[in-house]
Design a protein around this ligand. Structure first.
Ligand SMILES: [Zn+2]
Length: 180
């Protein structure tokens, strides 16, 4: 085999395995478009990322028992017990499970509820609203779009400019101070 045909065989081989892999991924249809932000909270663009699906066992290894109960079992932390209800620092709140950027501290407000409250998400693509009729109430549950972590609920009694109140669990969030 001369050098040229060797290289041809090599790239041909890589090409085949690449397409085989892409076809498998496509078959699962497990990607989602989310909006990425830098550490200063500036939008850097839309990115197609893989959805994150893990077993309860895997999540338990990664999370504290409270974080697991809230995010993977739709739990609610007791009011005024979460670490971010009273956090006034400037920065970005990410999903505790998959690090997707979810809320900017600039949209956080004093709701008096004992849960961190925001009037809008960083990007509507990054969260998913789901109608929740448990406990005999019609509420809108909010999940992380990438990993389906339960974050909290959204209500229509928030402040301007949106009139929305994203009532979140501290246990679902990870705060990082703004940089830049
Ligand atoms: Zn997530």
């Amino acid at each position: 085999m001369n050098r040229k045909s060797f290289l041809g065989a090599l790239t041909g081989g890589l090409g085949t395995s690449y397409f085989a892999m892409a076809a498998t991924e496509k078959g699962r249809a497990k990607t989602i478009k989310i909006v990425q932000f830098d550490a200063a909270g500036n939008r850097t663009g839309v990115e197609e990322v893989e959805k994150i699906v893990k077993s309860d066992e895997e999540w338990r290894k990664q999370l504290t028992p409270e974080q697991f109960e809230v995010t993977r079992k739709k739990g609610t932390e007791r009011a005024f017990t979460g670490k971010y209800a009273d956090n006034h620092a400037d920065g970005i709140y990410h999903c505790i499970c998959c690090n997707t950027p979810l809320f900017d501290a600039k949209t956080k407000f004093e709701s008096g509820t004992g849960w961190p409250s925001f009037y809008q998400p960083l990007a509507k693509e990054n969260v998913k609203d789901i109608v929740d009729t448990s406990y005999g109430m019609a509420r809108t549950e909010v999940e992380c779009a990438r990993c389906a972590a339960h974050l909290g609920h959204v209500f229509e009694d928030g402040p301007k400019p949106t009139g929305l109140r994203y009532c979140m669990n501290s246990a679902s969030l990870n705060f990082t101070p703004r940089k830049g």
